[in-house]
Design a protein. Structure first.
Length: 131
């Protein structure tokens, strides 16, 4: 599991990839904490579900969704400030999701073999041009 996480971070070298990784980690942690996030939701709808379920991280969730939408639809390079903001927002959402889980749930989830090969349908993100 630690090797998987390290490989994910290493592969996400471009600013847009780092923001996508931050969004993915935040939504995975929220799902693990019991927030219902079906794959058919748009980025804004996902952010609103996160904001409703975890009000203390509402601004972080909405900010990450806005940055993700700009990555998907705007043909501009992301600034370091946007990337840092998305990573901080992801950390806030992940911390709140972790706080909502009991220590036994976190322990069982950490050693769950299904996490090694997690099969979740990924959200489609429209984008044009090279990554």
């Amino acid at each position: 599991l630690l090797a998987q996480r390290a490989a994910r971070r290493r592969r996400a070298s471009a600013p847009a990839d780092r923001v996508r990784l931050a969004w993915r980690l935040a939504t995975e942690h929220a799902s693990d904490a019991g927030v219902s996030l079906p794959t058919y939701l748009t980025l804004s709808e996902t952010a609103e579900r996160l904001a409703t379920a975890m009000p203390t991280t509402a601004d972080a969730a909405r900010g990450m969704a806005h940055t993700m939408e700009r990555i998907a639809y705007a043909e501009q390079a992301r600034s370091d400030e946007e990337v840092t903001g998305a990573e901080e927002g992801s950390a806030a959402v992940s911390a709140e999701a972790t706080r909502r889980q009991s220590w036994s749930q976190r322990l069982v989830a950490h050693f769950d073999i299904r996490r090694v090969r997690r099969v979740r349908p990924s959200r489609l993100i429209a984008g044009y041009g090279p990554r």
